[in-house]
Ligand binder design. Sequence first.
Ligand code: AMP
Ligand code: ZN
Length: 473
Amino acid sequence: MPVSLYNTMSRNIEKFEPIDEKEVGLYTCGPTVYNYAHIGNLRTFLFEDLLKRTLLFAGYSVRHVMNITDVGHLTDDGDEGEDKLEKMAHKTKKTVWDIAEYYTKAFFSDFDQLGMIHPAVTCKATEHIPQMIALIERLEKRGHTYVSGGNVYFSIDSIDDYGKLAKLDLESLRTAVRDDVDQDSNKRNNKDFVLWFTKSKFGAQSMMWDSPWGKGFPGWHIECSAMSMHYLGEQFDIHCGGIDAIPVHHTNEIAQSEAASGKKPWVKYWLHGEFLLDETGKMSKSKGEFLTLEFLKKKGYDPMDYRFFCLGGHYRSQLKFSFDSMVTAKTARKNVCDRIIALKREGAHLVVLESQKALDYQEAFTTHIQNDLNTPRCLADLWGVLKDDGLSFDEKYSLVLSFDQVFGLGFATLQVPPVEVIDDPVVLELLKKRTEAKLAKDWTLSDRIREELDALGYLVKDTASGPSLEKKM
Ligand code: AMP
Ligand code: ZN
């Protein structure tokens, strides 16, 4: 069954056909490590993990490369503002290297707790300065750059398709050269961007490297072009990020990569994850306070509850965060896990699917996930399997474990808690009396006994095979 993905470049769902059938090249823009990731950032990384898992599920092998931005990302995605890491270092009186190390560790702690698969290559911008300089030199040789006010700029007028990803209107951009360019700016065109800074408005930058244009530091966009091409070649399959990367970051990455190599398209499929919103709109770090995974944990949520919550929305739709919806996700995940634990308790094991019903479920799930990662439909498939009495325990178990290759919710490692033998004669007597009251349809008495048991710390559950007792945690 083919995989189909929405390509931001064409604004269409396209059949996925990798450049080389043997291995898919996947580049995902990594975190800027100047602060904790907020749960909105994590939504984007979860979407990328889902994409990778889907490709693996479909039988591809995937070479995933993700960068760590530890220099060059200014407080504005364009060329305005201070380097985000330098700003945090000044504020906290630490070195930029300490800031980068601390928040990289924090990022991977979140990453692991959310069950994401590590990339084959994780590359730090600060360790790839020679590759960036080499790329800028190639651009310079091909006539795409100019030096102004001490910085090296990419000239968007040196190519004829700038802005194709974001569908920017080139004509109005050209007019902007005359009308809108800030008189103080060193740029010839507003949309030109810095490849290499030697001058920062914010005083001495502590991360600096020698270059043919003077001691300085790279622009943010050149990082991703240089590192992705270094590890995946000059043309590769998929590049991802959040939707905010479309108009500037990814637009500029495409411009400089295609200008340097002369090869088009640089990337075959562009995928973007929509935002997580909070009550006030887009969740962002610049607003000051933001929600982290650690905060959710303090509130009593498991990281997998957040993963489950994200699976409930399609990656191309905005998702609104609220604690009410987290409660719903937590309850639903518990329900799923309880059912899987019950299957394990019954001794369910993995089998080759044979019944038509089981094969139909497998096919439906595959169709839904491979059709542009339709996770809401896939969750419905999961519920369908768990509730279907026409499937054997082994089939159910095999199906949910197969689905979990994509969900990544850790079903295989769910622990079966030991069954606690309840032998307190008072409790057993109460349970017997409640069963008798129910048979006699004396609901008042049966409810009263339930409350008594509850006060003693026991929960009564009425199941198809009769009432059962559970000690409350
Ligand atoms: P950063 O670490 O700031 O570079 O951001 C990491 C990723 O999070 C980027 O791909 C952003 O596009 C993405 N992102 C930022 N804000 C949100 C949000 N509210 N919801 C989802 N993704 C976001
Ligand atoms: Zn990037």
